[in-house]
Design a protein around this ligand. Structure first.
Ligand code: NAD
Length: 462
């Protein structure tokens, strides 16, 4: 039986967590390891419930639900690396400090708040939690109300593994989120849209609480003509249409060398057919749109450009077919905001420099994809664009490299996590200088004699 935490209990919950943190219990490596193992065991125990909830919330196939359960891999990395991560880092001291030692030691932050979205509703709660636990913090989780089945499973799983004065789940909508944000936390980790990201940052500013913002945006996918086209088509179609396009790092739009555009579109159509059959509505491997609001929003984008694949919908099941729109222009509505659904607009270019300029004229994206065998062009794209991350010759797979930091830049967010980066996000790198009593060099004390003045001149100007 789970005990429901109500918004009225938020202040006392934060207080209890603060008191537990203050006791120092969460700090030792043994404690952290035990809790990480406990979280791992609970995820394994609840895996069937997680799969069922992902299907109920998003029509997600079991295979794709396992992408979320893969958080276990992150726990494994943390269990293996924790000792190294916790190690203080020695810093050299200069002669004027003699005799002294200096180092940086990672300190837990305290009580942290983690707010998540609905699109990978399990993983995007658990993955930051791994970092929070590894770094020795207490945490309150606020899963998305738009994925209620998963939110319930998260609440049960966490309650089965941890007391609420250590890790707690507060279910609810924006009002609950706002009530949490009114409290003082030591860090806020938010995953969601850019608009709510701004609200979170404003609330955090009141308490001067640092934030990690994992936001979205329009991630471009540029395709040069020097590629293996059949592989490129498969990799793009897969990254775009998993979870029915509701992936923060899905390629949002295609920017293709004009000379290969029609061949690429034909091959992507073939890939979609191979993945989901002639009628994707009947495929057990194709997801659904999260709710009516997003279904309506996406439906209005289907008449942009020329529909060359899909374009069909079923409001009753919130189905939108995998859709490719050709002849889209930069001014079309589909190019104004993050699509976050199974609609792929295709634009073309003649010159890579122009394509890069178009990308750079827009807010910095979370991910940027570039397909090309040419190392010089790869280098050019890497050097002349700014995005949270880049994946060359594939889509979405960068998130699967557990120890590769993940995060946005500019409007796609701030801060990073996964692997060591998660541990660092939830730690404060505390600088320590330790002096000794066996000697006291007196060069810094008044009276500032000519000799001392000469000594400091020599020291600082050499
Ligand atoms: P959202 O911003 O609408 O909601 C996220 C969370 O904020 C939810 O828990 C919600 O309850 C809460 N919230 C909503 N309104 C609020 C308010 N006024 N005040 C305080 N909290 C509020 O995002 P979403 O629709 O759940 O998710 C989709 C977005 O998330 C997309 O833009 C996507 O790109 C982004 N996203 C980013 C990542 C990433 O890792 N960078 C991952 C997944 C999704």
């Amino acid at each position: 039986m789970i005990v429901e935490l109500t918004p009225a209990s938020i202040p006392s919950l934060v207080e209890k967590q603060r008191s537990l943190f203050g006791s120092g219990q969460t700090q030792s490596i043994e404690f952290r390891r035990t809790q990480l193992q406990r979280l791992k065991d609970a995820i394994v125990q609840y895996k069937d419930e997680i799969v069922k909830a992902a299907h109920a919330d998003l029509g997600r196939p079991e295979f794709e639900a396992y992408f979320e359960i893969a958080t276990i891999q992150e726990i494994n990395v943390a269990l293996k690396q924790l000792k190294t991560w916790m190690q203080p880092k020695r810093i050299r001291t200069s002669v004027d400090q003699f005799p002294a030692k200096a180092w940086v030691q990672p300190d837990p932050l305290g009580v942290v708040l983690i707010i998540g979205p609905w699109n990978y509703p399990f993983q995007l709660m658990m993955s930051p939690l791994v970092g929070a636990i590894a770094a020795g913090n207490c945490a309150i989780l606020k899963p998305s109300e738009q994925a209620p089945h998963t939110a319930k499973v998260i609440a049960e799983l966490i309650q089965s593994a941890f007391p609420p004065d250590y890790i707690a789940v507060m279910e609810g909508n924006a009002t609950v989120s706002q009530a949490l944000l009114a409290e003082k936390f030591d860090h806020i980790f938010f995953t969601g849209g850019t608009a709510i990201g701004r609200i979170v940052m404003q609330a955090a500013a009141k308490h001067l609480t640092p934030v990690t913002l994992e936001l979205g945006g329009k991630s471009p996918c540029i395709v040069d003509m020097d590629v293996r086209l059949d592989y490129a088509a498969k990799r793009i179609a897969w990254g775009k249409f998993i979870n029915a396009g509701q992936t923060c790092i899905a390629p949002d739009y295609l920017l293709v060398d004009r000379r290969i555009k029609s061949d690429l579109i034909e091959l992507m159509k073939r890939s979609v057919d191979e993945f989901y059959g002639e009628d994707p509505a009947k495929s057990p491997d194709y997801g659904r749109i999260i709710n009516q609001h997003h279904f309506q929003r996406l439906s209005t984008l289907l008449n942009n450009g020329e529909c060359v694949l899909g374009g069909t919908v079923d409001p009753a099941t919130r189905y939108i077919a995998p859709t490719i729109l050709d002849r889209v222009s930069w001014d079309d509505p589909v190019m104004q905001e993050e699509i976050f659904g199974p609609i792929l607009p295709v634009l073309e270019y003649d010159d890579l420099t122009d394509a890069i300029a178009k990308v750079n004229a827009r807010p910095k994206p979370l991910a940027l994809y570039f397909f090309s065998k040419d190392p010089q062009k790869q280098e050019k794209v890497l050097r002349s664009t700014s995005s949270g991350g880049v994946c060359l010759n594939d889509t979405v797979m960068q998130v699967g490299v557990n120890e590769l930091p993940f995060g946005g830049v500019g409007e796609s967010g701030m801060g990073r996590y996964h692997g060591r980066a998660s541990f660092e996000t939830f730690s404060h790198p505390k600088s320590v200088l330790k002096k000794s009593f066996w000697l006291d060099l007196d060069w810094r004390y008044a009276p500032y004699t000519a000799k001392r003045l000469q000594a400091i001149r020599n020291l600082v100007t050499k």
